[in-house]
Design a protein around this ligand. Sequence first.
Ligand SMILES: Cc1cc2nc3c(=O)[nH]c(=O)nc-3n(C[C@H](O)[C@H](O)[C@H](O)COP(=O)(O)OP(=O)(O)OC[C@H]3O[C@@H](n4cnc5c(N)ncnc54)[C@H](O)[C@@H]3O)c2cc1C
Length: 400
Amino acid sequence: MSSGAPARTGGRTGSTGTTDYVALARELAPRFAERAAAHDADSSFPHENLAELVASGYTAMTVPKEHGGAGASLAELCRAQRILAAGCASTAFSVNMHVHGLAMIANLGGESTARACRQVAEGAVIAGGFSEPGVGGNWWHPTTKAEPVEGGYVLNGRKGFFTGFPGATHLFLSAATTDDRGLPQPMAFLIPKPERGVRVTAEWDAAGMRATGSHSLALEDLFVDEESSIGERGTLPLLFMNGVHWAWCSFASCFVGIARGALEHVVATQRKRVISVIGKPNAHLPGIQFRVAEMATKLATAEAYLEAAIHADHENVDPLGHYIDMSVMKFTVTRLAHEVVTLAMQVQGGSGLASADPLQRMYRDVVAGLLVPPAGDVVLEWAGKQALDVPLFAEPRWAG
Ligand SMILES: Cc1cc2nc3c(=O)[nH]c(=O)nc-3n(C[C@H](O)[C@H](O)[C@H](O)COP(=O)(O)OP(=O)(O)OC[C@H]3O[C@@H](n4cnc5c(N)ncnc54)[C@H](O)[C@@H]3O)c2cc1C
């Protein structure tokens, strides 16, 4: 990790003297967009983009004011992330793990929060690993074991996807210890990226989000000290429930950003492209007009739903109901974003599949929105049971 506060090389300072992160995203996104095709082609991690995000102070945006940071609001974070994602979805998604991860830690409060904020203010970058091959996205049941030892824990297990791992200085991860009755106590830890105890078992080589470095890892006798625990034993579900708006609103923002980028891209193309049979730009064709209108409508619906979730009351709420509300929003918004980009391919025609057209990358990237947590079927099960007043956690899950 870097040793001191990073030099601020860019950014926009608003009237209050604080950084305007939305303006900063607008400044950075075009450069990231220029580099996106090359990183996508060879599945390389955009280290230079991350360096700019750290140097400009973007990565410190969610350090709360009481810890000397900017304390950017959820609305500001989401607006900025949408702009970055329209330029380079992989970069936006990677840094998203960091900015929303820190916000969730900060939301928990306590000594571990103060430490994490200090580290990020000094230039630390966090990647988070909660999903596991054995449990998929059901990450409140980690199979990674945390065995208590003097001064800390020894972790053993596997992490399926660790977005941003190549650029991270710190790892935010889950494991479970057991209590006196033998029941699992899911925990979270924030540790400096270790030299030993973490092995990359598979480098990220995927159809979409290719520049995220979402490697698979094995944790092998990884010692973590007591201090690196985030909250108490068993805190993991609370961490997710109370901070879920930071997670799902920022996730949804990345995919809405891709959809907005796709709409703007096809509109610009179809206004210029002329087909000889009509002797005018394609924009004059009814099919193009109808599909662009459908895209715009779906996008407006997604953006409005996301905005409503961003501005909803996140404090005076029933935690489980809040979790379900945010999850249903993320499920719906990412589906709409996927539909928008699918329509964009139809508008663009065959050239949209050519590697020279950024639309094919957006099409591959936006699919990830459907796959990242929360698991779609679990969201529908919980929302359906809640609506029908069926107990959520009764066993067996489905009677009859
Ligand atoms: C590009 C990308 C980046 C990612 N980055 C990260 C990261 O940085 N950190 C991280 O922790 N994870 C990350 N993930 C993993 C992600 O968080 C999900 O947890 C993971 O994709 C889900 O696991 P899985 O794919 O093995 O599917 P599973 O969770 O096994 O789901 C497979 C299917 O089963 C359904 N299903 C799952 N559980 C249940 C259940 N209990 N009841 C009914 N149906 C169920 C799902 O809806 C889905 O249809 C990333 C994923 C992607 C695609």
